[in-house]
Design a protein around this ligand. Sequence first.
Ligand code: FAD
Length: 385
Amino acid sequence: MKAVIVGAGMGGMSAAIALRQLGVHVEVYEQVSENKPVGAAISVWSNGVKCLNHLGLEREAAELGGILDSMSYVDGFTGDTMCRFSMQPLIDEVGQRPYPMARAELQLMLMNAYGYDDIHFGKKMVAVHDGAERATVEFADGTTDSADIVIGADGAKSLTREYVLGGPVQRRYAGYVNFNGLVEVDENIGPATEWTTYVGDSRRVSVMPVAGNRFYFFFDVPMPAGVPFERGTAREVLAEEFADWAPGVQTLIGTLDPTTTNRVEILDLDPFDTWVKGRVAVLGDAAHNTTPDVGQGGCLAMEDAVALQFAFRDHPDDPLAALAAYQSARTERAGDLVLRARKRCDVTHGKDPEKTAAWYDELRGEDGTNIIRGIVGNIVGGPLT
Ligand code: FAD
């Protein structure tokens, strides 16, 4: 059995490791010429960490993961704590700590586990075709490769998705821009082992720990799509947007490195149930493009990889049956999380300002129980539950 995987992001690399564990001959093709992911870090929730553990990366993931002992919400203007609670009940319930990780380090961990030198960098896929015996991909340099299956892990703007669905789809602007980066831990912003989120005015400013005494930070700012931005000007822009916010936020704005701060317009895609066309399948953001509001896009990509492995374990000699089993195992769960994230996004970012104000009131009375219940609801339901 041979698999071609297009895209060496966290989905493609997890799938490559997962299929190789079964003895499948895997070839990974990636359009960029080096490991340079966009975005600073992600929170790998317990379901994602369980997938990494399953792929044999338990020690490595723990080394990259920040220690998240507690969580708090803070009034963005006054700096008053609205609620603070331990993460231990969540860890006890799902049986695994979550690990926020620097994105480039997570990516490199997966690439090294597979074999960095085995990845074909600088290979941009320009077409994919299904066939009776093999599926084939074509690259911009004129070369091709064929295999029993092609897995398109080619991200949010996936070409494989277009092939599988029979045409392009329109993604939806979620109404806000996310600025993100890494800074050294500074307890004036938030405690070193806490996920601290300042909220107010339908905006969010957050820090969470990653390994190496660093905070992953992000700012969410609702605004129309297409507002011009010059890279390197994040400090000025954020200083203006958050001028009257609490001292912790001012410290963060003063500390961040504007040259490495990313700015992303947040989009998502309505869920769809066709992930497979013959021997060609989509995985990761190619299959389910969600807003980051419940921090599950990458975790879902890792779950897809484990589900794909289980499907091929159960149907070792029948790629079509295996891909059908993969699709039926995944579409409902992924679609559910895309819609949950969209709902969370709308409340957080003031789609209906009354609902957002009611959420702030809830936060002031929260002891953690409801928030942890919600996060556990996102975490459970994958291939490793
Ligand atoms: P990608 O990481 O996009 O990788 C796709 C790869 O395919 C890329 O390397 C690309 O170069 C390559 N490629 C594309 N087209 C081609 C082609 N034609 N030929 C060859 N190669 C190609 N998720 C979480 O779990 N937790 C979080 O906290 C979290 N936070 C987020 C915050 C933000 C601001 C954003 C935007 C996303 C966040 N996510 C989070 C989501 C997460 O980043 C994605 O779900 C994840 O990166 C998807 O992985 P992927 O491998 O499917 O796609």
